[in-house]
Design a protein around this ligand. Structure first.
Ligand code: CA
Length: 236
């Protein structure tokens, strides 16, 4: 899942970002209203976490612009304790929820999860492929009913492949969805993480495999499904 954090305070941004990353989000950070608006308009985020007091204006303008353009991306507003009036304005403008700063980490996590749960049909709670089941809210993976532990990067990577079962997904798409937009595209992190997930799936007895399409990307297939099983030359 991909999140946009619009926050000009560096230490606050660092905290919110690390909390969301540990929950499996790829997080882009914008530090001005203008930058936040540009990101929000060009990328399909699962959630936007928005500080209201930004150096070049009020974050409410981002909510207004999003809603005017018909975008229903869930927006969580970060607000100061003594700023009830602004919070009300933000909710009226189309923000979905708010948390007060300084952040209570558990509450922040729970509210972001609740927002995504309400985020619509596209955000299915559970994805199943073969004997592999991912619960997107609890962030747990099960193979044949037994939980398999994945890291904060392995989980969203597999999630993206599960959401697009049988489709070939490119390395650059995985880098963008799972890491963030500034990640070095020459990096081999995708391959390293795919290799680890493969091993974990195999060890757990999954009947699903991650195939490699050389020069293109990866595809999740059911084992024994000869139609989608890659030929030997496809496997690197
Ligand atoms: Ca601020």
């Amino acid at each position: 899942m991909r999140a946009l954090l619009v926050e000009d305070d560096a230490s606050s941004a660092l905290l919110s970002r690390s909390v969301m990353e540990s929950d499996g989000f790829a997080v882009d950070v914008a530090t001005t209203a203008q930058e936040g608006l540009t990101c929000a308009m060009v990328t399909d985020y699962d959630v936007i976490v928005l500080d209201l007091g930004l150096p070049d204006g009020n974050g409410i303008t981002i909510v207004q612009a999003l809603r005017r353009s018909g975008r229903a991306i869930p927006v969580m507003v970060l607000t100061g304790n003594n700023d009830r009036a602004t919070t009300v304005l933000a909710l009226d403008a189309g923000a979905d929820d708010y948390v007060t700063k300084p952040l209570m980490i558990d509450e922040f996590r729970a509210r972001v999860r609740a927002l995504i749960r309400r985020g619509g049909a596209k955000r299915t709670e559970q994805i199943a492929f073969g004997n592999v089941v991912l619960n997107r809210l609890s962030r747990q993976l099960f193979v044949d009913g037994s939980e398999v532990s994945l890291t904060a990067k392995e989980l969203p990577l597999l999630e993206h492949l599960l959401l697009h079962g049988d489709e070939v997904i490119s390395r650059s798409e995985l880098l963008e969805r799972v890491w963030d937009m500034h990640f070095d595209p020459g990096s081999n992190v995708v391959d390293v993480n795919v290799a680890r997930i493969r091993r974990k799936l195999a060890d757990a007895g999954a009947n699903v495999r991650i195939g490699t399409r050389r020069g293109v990307g990866f595809v999740l297939t059911l084992q024994g499904d000869s139609a989608s099983e890659p030929s030997a030359s496809d496997v690197s």
